[in-house]
Design a protein around this ligand. Structure first.
Ligand SMILES: Nc1ncnc2c1ncn2[C@@H]1O[C@H](COP(=O)(O)OP(=O)(O)O)[C@@H](O)[C@H]1O
Ligand SMILES: [Mg+2]
Length: 423
């Protein structure tokens, strides 16, 4: 018997899972004629259960993608994914809209047209590039550029200023960062005093308690801040603590537009975003952090793919140094190009419009740096990744945290720092 581990963690028979899914769909939207439901088994989707199926519309069969959101082991409304897609589409974001949505509270369900053969998710194309085939990624780069351009314009035109910081605190994206930083959250679970990190080149694993106090030298460049400092600063910044008098500068944000949520079509020359579960108005300083972090530095640092480059760490007194050839990673040129697109089309226009609307731009920059740094530190469990033998996964995520916090150490980050300084 083949078994499948679905997101809730139980093992069930695949055929049985398909039947259960079909029954769920029937209860969610009995009027839809859906057949051939096959549940997707993917390690990537942690917050949803999905299936491929066929939908009959006017005697035509349309392949569809069915999606149910899961939150704390329960079905959830997906934070109004349907409503969010509409909001983003109306403000000008190129986005994949659902065909149907169940308004049944007990059985929420989203129905999308299935991606076709000529449509590829950007994450998968970057993955192919790590295996040596960068041609198709390079082919879609101009489409992705157009997408970021449209997204940036939509963001600028949606700018809303409110008189208190309360609106920033309540933004869905802030809540998302907050959940990772609050007491007892990921930050506390992954970075306990005795958690040890196996860094190549060091004789012994190093405990967080010691590591968090070290001074860093990355590729010969000194970072005058420790990992412990960066984490503490981020807690204050991203939870918007002690910020009385600060206003909110909000723009439309997808909230989770990493390459795994961008699809490009080779047919109609477009790239669009999907999965807008965390979308809505968000502080302009945080709105584009995930897009940049997960497209540039983090993949090169081994967050998802094996960058195939070894790093050498060294301890000397209270200093920890590391040498790593970012430029020799397999997709360096493309990652840098993708990062530049996001900087030019989204970061710079959004920060310019915030400044023009009266924002204290230095404090907005500080929020941005913390948001980027926390993408490096709190997306995946670095200590665990570093335990994996024979890969270079997670190899530069700790230094990436510092690089983001100082906007330094990569051409794209130096460029971002320089362009922000001109605003
Ligand atoms: N319309 C679709 N057709 C086919 N596959 C899809 C479609 N939408 C999403 N997927 C696949 O399913 C995965 C998870 O879907 P997504 O909407 O991003 O949910 P999650 O909230 O779990 O990230 C995506 O990474 C993509 O590979
Ligand atoms: Mg997704």
């Amino acid at each position: 018997m083949t078994t499948s581990t679905i997101s809730a963690g139980q093992s069930v028979d695949v055929a049985q899972a398909n039947l259960l899914f079909a029954e769920y769909v029937n209860r969610a939207q009995p009027e839809l004629i859906i057949s051939d439901i096959k549940i997707n088994q993917t390690a990537v989707a942690l917050n949803s259960i999905s299936a491929m199926a066929n939908l009959a519309i006017d005697n035509e069969i349309t392949p569809v993608f069915l999606k149910i959101h899961i939150e704390n082991g329960q079905v959830s409304s997906g934070n109004d994914e349907y409503k969010n897609s509409r909001i983003l589409a109306d403000s000008g974001w190129p986005i994949v809209l659902p065909l149907y949505e169940s308004d049944n509270q007990e059985y929420p369900l989203l129905v999308y047209r299935a991606f076709q053969k000529n449509e590829r998710v950007l994450f998968d194309q970057i993955q192919d590039s790590y295996e040596g085939d960068t041609a198709s990624l390079n082919q879609i780069l101009p489409k992705v550029d157009e997408f970021h351009n449209a997204a940036g314009k939509a963001q600028v035109s949606s700018l809303v200023v409110t008189d208190s910081v309360e609106a920033s605190r309540k933004a869905q994206l802030q809540i998302f960062f907050g959940r990772r930083l609050d007491v007892g959250s990921r930050a506390d679970q992954w970075f306990t005093s005795e958690r040890s990190f196996k860094l190549p080149g060091l004789d012994n694993p190093i405990e967080w308690n010691e590591l968090k106090r070290k001074n860093w030298v990355v590729n010969g460049e000194k970072y005058g801040v420790t990992l412990g400092d960066v984490l503490e600063i981020a807690r204050a910044e991203l939870l918007f603590k002690n910020q009385t008098g600060r206003k909110s500068y909000l723009v439309s944000a997808h909230g989770d537009d990493h390459p795994g949520n961008i699809v490009s079509s080779f047919e109609d020359n477009s790239a669009r975003v999907f999965d807008p579960a965390a979308a809505g108005l968000a502080p302009g300083s945080m709105a584009n952090a995930k897009a940049l972090a997960h497209t540039g530095l983090l993949p090169m640092s081994g967050m998802y793919y094996d960058p195939k480059i070894q790093a050498q760490y060294q301890l000397k007194g209270n200093d920890i140094s590391v040498e790593y050839g970012f430029a020799a990673t397999p997709v360096f040129k493309e990652h840098e190009a993708l990062a530049r697109q996001i900087i030019d089309s989204r970061f710079i226009p959004v920060f310019k419009s915030m400044k023009a609307a009266g924002a204290d731009i230095q404090s907005e920059f500080a929020t941005l740096k913390s948001a980027l740094a926390m993408c490096a530190l709190l997306t995946v469990d670095t200590a665990k990744l570093l335990e994996q033998p024979q890969t270079h996964k997670g190899i530069m995520l700790l230094p990436a945290t510092l690089m983001f916090s100082q906007l330094s150490g990569l051409p794209s980050l130096d460029y971002l720092k320089q362009e922000l300084a001109k605003i």
